[in-house]
Write a protein that binds this ligand. Structure first.
Ligand code: HEM
Ligand SMILES: *[C@@H]1O[C@H](CO)[C@@H](O)[C@H](O)[C@H]1NC(C)=O
Ligand SMILES: CC(=O)N[C@H]1CO[C@H](CO)[C@@H](O)[C@@H]1O
Length: 561
């Protein structure tokens, strides 16, 4: 009896092991990606760090294109993990356009879901389509216009707060060292809180609001995730999460996430219920609820009578969507602004030129602007050529999202527009033109956002430099680059591209206007470097333990009469 079980177990084990060996070591040999040229594999693994770390990625991609062409095979974390890294514009367009074939990997979706719920960032297929359809009207041109006075108010609040801080420190002559990254992130949080669901975090004032702290703490955990073994295990076996809460001592991370989620569910959940009631009451009494925040618009779009019930999303999904906006819409924009101010501090003559352009439209009186005046000033602002060039150039040079990842859910042929370097069985290399690349089901495809933006073959030899004027005279190859915005991959492209692009452009331009007409920004002498923690963040060189920061000397600017 027992021996039968033992024999059975042994047979099962041998079969499993054989299967694992086949899957791990033999099947990959027939992976068509193996024919592509790519960097050498050391041990089991390639060198993902060289591609993903901003201090090395520029040089790495440049070398790869020279050595292996634009369709590159790279090794992930084992022989079964051959990946496609493409710098071919036609290939990346194809991948981003066919978002049902190329989904986000379940590992990252599960991580996002465990923190924010299955909102738009994490969902795939029909669920995503439904959420995106319901949310799209809220980001329309008309509604984005309503955002302008709100952003303006927050920009002014930040300006006043900085003037206060500088006055207190008493050194307005030389400028005061401020961590602009931290300050601007408080302001962009305020903006998304108000614009997202009419909620006052008042984070420019102080960082005590309960909901603010819950989001902030949870996002910080998201950032620190992915490094430690336990977090990787939890991604694969979510049941462990429950075990860690009950085991002693409790895992600090899980307990924190649960506590934050409890606060968010309580406070934000209440907000959703309140808004819903307001809208329904408004409909009954015939007066239309005037809320212009994303939540109100989302609820209205979701309750629209022409939307079939099967296309609606649940209250739970609404909460996940709001969480997603908080996550996707705050740090991204604050980093874009921080890097722009940093680049302008490094290039004082360009800063001067931009300030002059901004001052040329500034009203002469210091009096409070009416909403109408703000709107017309914003229309002029949106059309300023040098401001537009500076914003685009900064978003090109330091995209807040360094890169993304997709996985093929079926075998696919990816078209190319540049020669593909094929390694033949005898080791020789041939360059084939107009050939497609076969991507087998289950393979990862890298979306190298920064590498596309900095490609010297497309943008010219000075592609790595900050030169806003390049935009007045782009080479044809740059004009042919794919992207939702200005031939940049910064906001990605296709059906999964950024829904908040217009939102953030308004925020970036209005904040730059207010801050640059009231302050000058200078480097402190500390060396600022880029590092990847979900997004590309600033750190002081060799002081990573202090966390992300971007100190600049900020000095009040006084306009000459
Ligand atoms: C400079 C600021 C921003 C940048 C650089 C940025 C960039 C991106 C990128 C690259 C993606 C695609 C992610 C991927 O494929 O892995 C994305 C998606 C998204 N972004 Fe943004 N974003 C910014 C601001 C915003 C804002 C302000 C909001 C909302 C208020 C927002 C909401 C979203 C959402 C909801 C998605 C998911 C869209 C989908 O999957 O259908 N983003 N963003
Ligand atoms: C923080 O700011 C809010 C809003 O401005 C204010 O009501 C609250 O009293 C402040 N809290 C502290 C501790 O300063
Ligand atoms: C001194 C100066 O230029 N102040 C500017 C500060 O920013 C506001 C916009 O919010 C301008 O109206 C002021 O002219």
């Amino acid at each position: 009896m027992y021996s039968t079980i033992l024999v059975g177990a042994a047979v099962a084990f041998v079969l499993l092991a054989a299967y694992a060996v086949y899957q791990g070591f033999i099947a990959p040999k027939s992976n068509p990606l193996r024919n592509l040229c790519g960097p050498p594999v050391r041990g089991l693994s390639g060198d993902l760090g060289a591609i993903l770390h901003p201090s090395r990625s520029k040089q790495t991609h440049d070398n790869y294109v020279k050595l292996y062409g634009r369709s590159i095979r790279i090794r992930g974390i084992g022989p079964w993990d051959e990946r496609l890294l493409t710098l071919d514009p036609l290939s990346i367009s194809h991948v981003l356009k066919h978002s049902t074939i190329y989904e986000k990997p379940w590992q990252s979706r599960r991580l996002i879901t465990s923190l924010l719920g299955c909102g738009m960032l994490a969902a795939e297929g029909e669920v995503h389509k439904r959420q995106r359809r319901v949310a799209t009207p809220a980001f329309g041109v008309q509604n984005m216009r309503a955002l302008v006075p709100l952003v303006w108010g927050k920009g002014n609040e930040l300006k006043d707060r900085w003037l206060g801080v500088i006055k207190e420190s008493g050194d307005s002559e030389n400028g005061v060292r401020l961590d602009v990254c931290h300050w601007i992130s408080r302001a962009t949080f305020d903006v998304i809180g108000l614009a997202g669901f009419g909620y006052h975090f008042s984070a420019i004032d102080n960082e005590t609001n309960e909901l603010f702290c819950a989001y902030k703490e949870m996002f910080e955990i998201a950032i620190s995730q992915g490094q430690k073994l336990r977090d990787i295990l939890v991604i694969y076996f979510p049941i462990l999460n429950a075990l860690w809460v009950s085991s002693k001592p409790p895992c600090r991370v899980t307990v924190t996430v649960n506590r934050c989620q409890e606060v968010i569910r309580r406070v934000a959940g209440q907000l959703i219920q309140d808004k819903k009631r307001e809208i329904m009451d408004g409909e009954k009494s015939g007066s239309i609820h005037a809320g212009k925040d994303l939540l109100s618009l989302l609820l209205k779009s979701n309750m629209a009578t022409d939307l079939p019930p099967s296309q609606r999303i649940s209250d739970e999904d609404i909460l996940h969507t709001i969480n997603t906006f908080m996550f996707a819409g705050s740090d991204t924009t604050s980093l874009a602004l921080t890097w722009t101010l940093f680049l302008l501090a490094q290039h004082p003559t360009l800063q001067l030129r931009l300030r002059e352009e901004l001052l040329s439209i500034a009203p002469s009186s210091e009096s409070q602007l009416t909403p109408d005046e703000i709107e017309s000033l914003h229309n002029i602002l949106a059309g300023l050529p040098f401001l537009h060039n500076v914003a685009r150039e900064s978003l090109r040079l330091i995209p807040p999202l360094h890169s993304s990842l997709r996985v093929a859910t079926q075998d696919d042929e990816v078209p190319t527009s540049y020669p593909v370097h094929i390694r033949k069985a005898d080791g020789s290399v041939v360059k084939e033109v107009g050939r497609s690349v076969t991507v087998p089901k289950g393979c990862f495809v890298h979306v190298p956002v920064e590498a596309f933006n900095l490609d010297k073959g497309m943008w010219g030899e000075d592609a790595w430099e900050f030169n806003p004027d390049r935009w007045d005279n782009l080479p044809d190859t740059a004009l042919a680059q794919p992207g939702l915005f200005s031939n940049l991959l910064t906001f990605s492209a296709g059906p999964r591209s950024c829904i908040g692009m217009r939102f953030s452009m308004i925020e970036i331009k209005v904040f730059l206007y207010i801050l640059l007409t009231n302050f000058t920004f200078m480097e402190t002498g500390e060396k600022i470097v880029q590092a990847n923690a979900v997004l590309t963040r600033p750190y002081i060189a060799r002081r990573f333990m202090e966390g992300s920061q971007c100190p600049l000397l900020v000095k009040p600017y006084v306009r000459h009469a």
